[in-house]
Design a protein around this ligand. Structure first.
Ligand SMILES: [Fe+2]
Length: 386
């Protein structure tokens, strides 16, 4: 069966890539971008630096920095109002996954209207909006290359997965120097998120030879560097590798989708304001244990690729080594359980039924090698508590 893959038209990667922004806009025939970022990055001076860079190239950019972590429908409305205010022809999503996801859905809704829920899966957005140039500052969500945007409903707290080729940015500017100042917790959480993308893409029922190539390369690079980058945040070589790994993992999952870990992690993030990478990390070892019997060979390849099992290890031994390695990684990176994180016990257990329903509705569990029932997801949430 043929597979359809999607990529940005231009990817600029490497130290100093952000300096290419003006040239990329010219290449795309764009001249009036709105920078979509957050208050923290504005305060840090990055938004001003990018605006100055563009001004030096004769481009006057608008600035919107009222995006929020885990973007909400209310924050998208604010962004859309800002976008309407002038004759912008493009958006620059500058920041972690949240500003990028915000820019991506704003670009589509500005042109095609509707409300965010109209774009929730199983809807497929295939009509292009304004062009987006994605500039990630974490490694990362991979949002700079993916056909996804995740937006939380301000009323119901549901994290809605929105998908389609129209969400793929026109260009990605992947400059690891922008990640050098990121603190340990953010580095660890975003790093585990990208490792989860690689593993889930590889075991996904929608995996294909192209996504496999990206997934294996990504997990090898990420696993080899994640402890190093957390131990020494200024390690340029490790930062560069993590940025490359994160983008490759993005290429993998945009073409193969993520699976049960992401399906279950979104409701935890939405209800208890746990960061996306951290809620994935809380679930990754346990969900892998649940899923492994249905795809032992694939998980064994992950173990050998990540170097946690020797090439000659049996599949069963390799899978056992992978489970141990994921537990150890969480321990080393100090990933808390929901209980240790401070999630209220009653709200967590009362919420399991609706979290399981939302996980299933996202469609991601359907890509899992072992497709869970609602009851099995509930049980996994109970097991993940502590
Ligand atoms: Fe993710």
């Amino acid at each position: 069966m043929p597979v359809n893959v999607v990529y940005p038209r231009i990817v600029s990667i490497g130290a100093g890539a952000v300096g290419e922004l003006g040239a990329i806009l010219r290449q795309l025939g764009l001249s009036r971008p709105l920078i979509v970022s957050d208050g923290f990055l504005r305060q840090q001076g990055l938004v001003g630096r990018v605006a100055d860079l563009l001004r030096a190239e004769g481009v006057e950019a608008g600035v919107f920095t009222d995006t929020v972590p885990d973007p909400t429908t209310a924050s998208i409305d604010l962004g859309l109002a800002a976008l309407k205010g002038a004759d912008y022809d493009s958006l620059i999503g500058l920041g972690g996954g949240s500003p990028q996801d915000t820019a991506k859905i704003m670009a589509i809704m500005h042109v095609h209207g509707g409300v965010v829920r109209d774009y929730k899966v199983p809807a497929v957005a295939d009509r292009a909006g304004l062009p987006v140039i994605a500039v990630p500052t974490t490694a990362g969500t991979g949002s700079e290359v993916t056909r996804f945007s995740i937006i939380t409903d301000s009323e119901s707290d549901e994290k809605m997965l929105c998908a389609g080729p129209a969400f793929v940015p026109a260009a990605a500017v992947v400059d690891y120097e922008l990640t050098l100042s990121k603190p340990l917790r953010l580095t660890a959480d975003t790093g585990i998120d990208s490792l989860t993308h690689a593993i889930e893409a590889f075991v996904s029922r929608r995996a294909n030879p192209l996504s496999d190539t990206f997934a294996l390369a990504a997990m090898k690079i990420i696993f080899a560097n994640i402890r190093r980058v957390c131990a020494e945040p200024g390690d340029r070589e490790a930062r560069e590798q993590m940025m490359l790994g994160s983008m490759l993992a993005g290429h993998a999952f945009t073409n193969a989708s993520v699976a049960l870990v992401h399906g279950m992690s979104r409701p935890i993030g939405a209800f208890f304001h746990v960061s996306h990478g951290l809620s994935n990390a809380m679930l990754l070892p346990r969900v892998t244990r649940f899923s492994a019997p249905a795809a032992e060979t694939r998980y064994a390849v992950c173990a050998r690729t990540m170097g946690v099992a020797p090439a000659e290890a049996s599949d069963a031994d390799a899978v056992a080594a992978l489970l141990t390695a994921l537990d150890l990684l969480n321990l080393d990176l100090q990933v808390p359980s929901p209980r240790a994180y401070g999630v209220p016990h009653n709200r967590y257990f009362d919420g399991i039924d609706i979290m399981a329903t939302q996980a299933l509705e996202s469609g991601s569990p359907g890509n899992n090698p072992r497709v869970p029932t609602h009851a099995e997801i509930c049980e996994l949430y109970r097991e993940a508590w502590d």
